[in-house]
Design a protein around this ligand. Structure first.
Ligand code: SAM
Length: 267
């Protein structure tokens, strides 16, 4: 199994800081820096170019400032976009829900092998599926951890999620290979090398791509998933893209800019 590097070597060194004078945020920044084995910097002392994890009053953010890009990412399950999707996204009739096998009275368990910023996993957990989201990028993992904690701290989301959304880190290929029993559905939304459109906005996608690369091992992940899923594997692909591994799915669910390739498991 070829391992992807956890952080591309051409990025500025990762540093951790906090916003303002809040001692709790400063303490959190120090603990995170220790966990990740990186240095803290004071907000007044930020080098350029920089790759910074910043604790703010609104949560943890990653900020990348270099010649070509100046942007930030955060995981916010309480954002306007997530709330709109939750309330007006079509419920169990939306394409993602159908693709993973949600039906009236049926809520499959889901292993989201490519969690990213967790939007798809969150959507499925809100619909009632028990979802494990797994992310290998250490930076996206700590953002997810922070976003998930804030979601569980929110009384409305806490009731809605009912402990159904959990988070793991590691390479999904190894985690699935080592696992015994099949989750009903394994869901994959790997980076696509020439992806044009995505549920994430352009800037978010650009930063994620810089942080995690192109997921060139997605074919291997599909092969492992097909061996381990209990009922189906779902792969999200951009519109017009070839099937992953050139493997014809059992059926496709097509949307405006993308589609879900669904592989039913018959063992
Ligand atoms: C396009 S993003 C997923 C977006 C996600 N569906 C969302 O709603 O935010 C792809 C993510 O999958 C992760 N990934 C790809 N292959 C992986 C693997 N084998 N194990 C764990 N994470 C993986 C990448 O690090 C990246 O963060």
């Amino acid at each position: 199994m070829t391992e992807q590097p956890l952080l591309p070597s051409d990025l500025p060194p990762l540093r951790v800081t906090s916003c303002g004078d809040n001692p709790k945020l400063r303490q959190k920044a120090a603990e995170l820096a220790e966990r990740l084995q990186v240095k803290t910097v004071s907000a007044a002392d930020i080098p350029l170019p920089s790759l910074l994890l910043i604790y703010t009053e609104k949560g943890l953010q990653i900020q990348l400032k270099e010649k070509k890009i100046d942007g930030m990412l955060t995981v916010d399950f309480l954002s306007g976009a997530q709330t709109y999707r939750r309330l007006h996204g079509g419920g169990i009739k939306q394409a993602l829900a159908k693709a993973v096998g949600v039906k009236p009275g049926i809520r499959p368990s889901v292993f989201d092998a490519t969690a990213g910023l967790g939007g798809d996993a969150f959507c499925l957990a809100c619909l009632g599926c028990r979802v494990i989201m797994n992310e290998r990028s250490p930076i996206l993992f700590v953002l997810l951890e922070d976003g998930l904690q804030r979601a569980y701290d929110n009384p409305e989301l806490n009731i809605l999620l009912a402990d159904r959304l959990t988070l793991q880190t590691g390479d999904s290929r190894s985690i699935l290979t080592a696992s015994h029993s099949g989750t009903d559905t394994i869901y994959m939304d790997p980076m696509y090398p020439h992806r044009q459109k995505s549920a994430l906005n352009k800037q978010q996608m650009r930063i994620i791509r810089i942080l995690v690369g192109d997921d060139m091992d997605a074919e291997e992940l599909l092969q492992t998933s097909l061996q381990k899923a209990g009922k189906r594997v779902v792969v999200k692909r951009p519109k017009g893209a070839e099937h992953l591994s050139n493997l014809s799915p059992s059926h496709c669910i097509t949307m405006k800019n993308s589609r879900y390739d669904v592989y039913m498991i018959n063992r």
